[in-house]
Design a protein around this ligand. Sequence first.
Ligand SMILES: Nc1ncnc2c1ncn2[C@@H]1O[C@H](COP(=O)(O)OP(=O)(O)OP(=O)(O)O)[C@@H](O)[C@H]1O
Ligand SMILES: Nc1nc2c(ncn2[C@@H]2O[C@H](COP(=O)(O)O)[C@@H](O)[C@H]2O)c(=O)[nH]1
Length: 219
Amino acid sequence: MTSGGHGTDGVERRGLMFVLSSPSGAGKTTLSRMLIERMPGLKMSVSATTRAMRPGEVNGKDYSFVDKATFEGMVKAGELLEWATVFDNSYGTPRGPVEAALSAGQDVLFDIDWQGTQQLREKARADVVSVFILPPSAADLEKRLHSRAQDSDEVIRKRMSRASHEMSHWAEYDYIVINYNVDDAFAEVQSILKAERLKRERRTGLVSFVRGLQGQLQG
Ligand SMILES: Nc1ncnc2c1ncn2[C@@H]1O[C@H](COP(=O)(O)OP(=O)(O)OP(=O)(O)O)[C@@H](O)[C@H]1O
Ligand SMILES: Nc1nc2c(ncn2[C@@H]2O[C@H](COP(=O)(O)O)[C@@H](O)[C@H]2O)c(=O)[nH]1
């Protein structure tokens, strides 16, 4: 699915799909925004959803907000790379922008749940790097959902009651980050991305780079 781009050191490599999952409110959106601001070469995948827009959300930036019929049409037309039902709403990743970004040599960041992560892994295991974000405690999780002040008490109750089930998938992920404070969690997530970008297997340009070095040594 992925094709070549350049790493920051000029060596060609395959793009990667960097996935953040967590129970609702643990901090994925916060960490995703920081990554997009501070890590060049990383593009956010904007999901389509049938969920109602929250105050402050922007259509086309936070999500593409669509009705149920449009979402079903996207599924039928094969336009979604993965999709799932979460909290009674449909969410899915439009295929086109992801493939375009990877072809242009960018990495793609996903804020998706465990079901979507499983589907991406089935399609492109070697190119998926997955991180599960845990809250420090249940009380912190609930406090964060309330402090966001964007969901009703009933929605928050529903999200809290789903949190344990969401978390039961933690062991399927490559990395686990506990979000005690945003700056430390961001530093950890950033380190993971930086290290994964250097992985030998995705650095398709290394063979010719090393051959070039050897040529210089022989010449
Ligand atoms: N380490 C932290 N300490 C305190 N508050 C935090 C921390 N990380 C995130 N928050 C706050 O918690 C709230 C929920 O965070 P965020 O929206 O990033 O969660 P999320 O995992 O993306 O949730 P969802 O899955 O519902 O989209 C926000 O108000 C955010 O500012
Ligand atoms: N499988 C997918 N899950 C997604 C996608 N976009 C978001 N999500 C997940 O849904 C929940 C709820 O999000 P919220 O914005 O309503 O709070 C959260 O776990 C997201 O990670 C997607 O395209 N596919």
